[in-house]
Design a protein around this ligand. Structure first.
Ligand SMILES: *Cc1c(COP(=O)(O)O)cnc(C)c1O
Ligand SMILES: [Zn+2]
Length: 394
């Protein structure tokens, strides 16, 4: 039985090749993320797309297209295979006949960060890593703590001191050491990096290790399967580090190479950010190929409080290749959308997920979407993780 068709990795910038048998981080020559390559010719001959449906549910039913060579190293908590929910009330209100939410809130640790950390911790385990470190805006830390606990690794987490309490509690509950930082994720990253260098912790920062993206790309596979091996017309993705956006675009490339798409038409990818931290939107609108560091980042959608992604070039390139766009919404619009999604559809979304609905309303105003297009909003986590700021009305 073939467990994985992973062959090697290449630098997303210079194309230099890296071994899949050793611990990898990023290309130090050009300070850019690494991309995992699979032997898709062999995979095409070996795999049947329709048989995958009959495998036990979850992200690892795609294991041939994931990076772990020995199935004993797969560290799972049941992540993946989240529902694609039609939201007809909201669709009717907005005049859209095919509006969906890919609801990631049911993942372990209640956010889609579980997918990336399941993949990354599994591969780290396979390569003998014993201690992991991460700077986080919140949910990545909680997910890392959970998967590290399950893998028997030590976990050290740096998070801004105003991160939602749920993230601190879940991390500590899972046995991680949590260090609260007076600053943003970018400040946490500097401290984590120093600590990692000094004491030999393996750094799981977004895109500074190659496999979180591999876990998140599976959202793209699941969408293709849900839409019967076609892809939706528009995907709205709340973008911090951009792992899912870049990952799903990679997944679409792989599906096309596998010959699994009955219709090769690609979705237009929409990067959604908060107007208090919108580096991708600013760069997209100015035609730039990289992002400037966003000064004074501030938003209630903590997962979007990322002043500059390490994969900014890839995010911008993929949005443009998809003929997509990037759009910023206010925190007020996010909170309104959060209430609407909960009250009309029963989905108590994370603010990051609610931001997608707020952005969609803006795109409708701009006539950027058509009434019958298949539109998918990503709800990336549960609203229950963000109770700190919510006021109880009488
Ligand atoms: C991390 C996070 C995001 C942003 O995801 P990226 O892949 O880093 O862009 C969005 N929503 C939630 C709930 C998150 O935790
Ligand atoms: Zn390089």
């Amino acid at each position: 039985m073939k467990t994985s068709f992973l062959v090697n990795l290449t630098c997303s910038n210079c194309g230099k090749t890296f071994s899949a048998e050793a611990v990898q981080t990023y290309c130090a020559d050009c300070n850019s993320p690494l991309i995992s390559n699979y032997d898709l010719n062999s995979a095409r001959a070996y795999l049947d797309r329709d048989e995958l449906k009959t495998c036990p549910k979850g992200m690892w039913r795609w294991h041939e297209l994931l990076p772990v060579f020995d199935s004993q190293n797969m560290v799972t908590l049941g992540e993946g295979d989240t529902p694609l929910l039609k939201i007809p009330q909201t669709g009717n209100r907005l005049g859209l006949s095919n509006l969906f939410v890919k609801d990631e809130s049911g993942n372990p640790t209640a956010s889609f960060k579980a997918r990336g950390l399941s993949a990354a911790i599994s591969k780290a385990k396979e390569l003998g890593v014993k201690k992991v470190i991460i700077p986080t805006a919140g949910n990545a830390g909680g997910a890392m703590a959970a998967y590290a606990a399950r893998a028997g690794m030590s976990a050290l987490i740096y998070m801004p001191k105003d991160t939602p309490i749920a993230n601190m509690v879940e991390s500590r509950m899972c046995g991680a050491e949590v260090i609260l930082v007076d600053g943003l994720i970018s400040d946490a990253a500097k401290l984590a990096n120093e600590k990692a260098r000094a004491e030999g912790w393996f750094d799981l920062s977004t895109f500074k290790e190659p496999y979180r993206m591999e876990g998140k790309k599976v959202m793209g596979y699941e969408l293709a399967e849900s839409f019967n091996w076609t892809l939706p017309d528009v995907i709205l993705y709340p973008t911090g580090g951009g792992t899912g956006l870049v990952g799903m675009w990679k997944a679409f490339n792989e599906l096309e190479e596998l010959g699994w798409l009955d219709d090769k038409k690609r979705p237009r990818m929409v990067s959604v950010q908060a107007d208090g931290c919108a580096p991708v939107v600013k760069a997209f609108n100015s035609g730039a190929s990289s992002c400037d560091f966003w000064q004074g980042a501030q938003t209630t959608a903590s997962g979007l409080r990322v002043p500059k992604s390490f994969a900014d070039r890839l995010i911008l390139a993929d949005i443009r290749a998809s003929e997509g766009t990037a759009i910023a919404v206010s925190d007020a619009a996010i909170l309104t959308a959060q209430k609407t999604l909960a009250a009309q559809e029963g989905i108590f979304a994370a603010p990051e997920g609610a931001a997608c609905l707020a952005a969609l309303e803006e795109l409708i105003n701009q006539k950027w979407v058509k009434p019958d297009e298949r539109i998918v909003l990503f709800n990336t986590g549960s609203g229950l993780k963000y109770l700190d700021g919510i006021k109880q009305g009488g």
